[in-house]
Design a protein around this ligand. Structure first.
Ligand SMILES: [Zn+2]
Length: 146
């Protein structure tokens, strides 16, 4: 689960929290916002706007319990990044997506040791922090070094 940066305030929509504020220095806030909403709040938000259909978007079964599923696994606040799937299709898709963190983990193990990584961190931490998965990997890598 991405690190919660935003909390949901009923009347005001999404608000920036303090938890990660210092890492957000110099960031283009407008662009950054949507991709880091706390997951539960994000689900609520998407559910409100992405109307639940009668059938699973994938297998077209009706009269079945539907889950709100994320497509890109980046949990964007973009309605196009979400779909209603039956439990079975949702599980299948998530299973495929589990390969991603594994590959990313291996990549980061090597990548955090390179000069390119240090330069990237210095020049533009914002690029990296924008991606919640990368951000978490880097924080983990830092912990191990400390
Ligand atoms: Zn289905």
């Amino acid at each position: 689960m991405p690190i919660g940066i935003y909390e949901h305030k009923k009347s005001q929509g999404f608000q920036k929290g303090n938890q990660f504020g210092k890492l957000n220095t110099g960031e283009n806030n407008g662009q950054w916002k949507g991709d880091n909403v706390g997951l539960t709040a994000l689900h609520k938000h998407i559910k409100k706007f992405l109307i639940k259909p009668n059938e699973c978007k994938n297998c077209k079964k009706t009269k079945i319990k539907l889950d709100l599923a994320n497509i890109s696994q980046s949990y964007k606040r973009d309605l196009n990044d979400w779909e209603w799937l039956c439990r079975s299709c949702h599980m299948k898709k998530d299973g495929r997506a589990k390969e991603l963190p594994k590959r990313l983990n291996n990549f980061m193990k090597t990548y955090t040791k390179t000069k390119e990584f240090r330069d990237t961190m210095r020049k533009s931490t914002t690029q990296v922090w924008k991606n919640p998965i990368l951000r978490q990997k880097i924080l983990e890598a830092r912990k191990h070094r400390a």
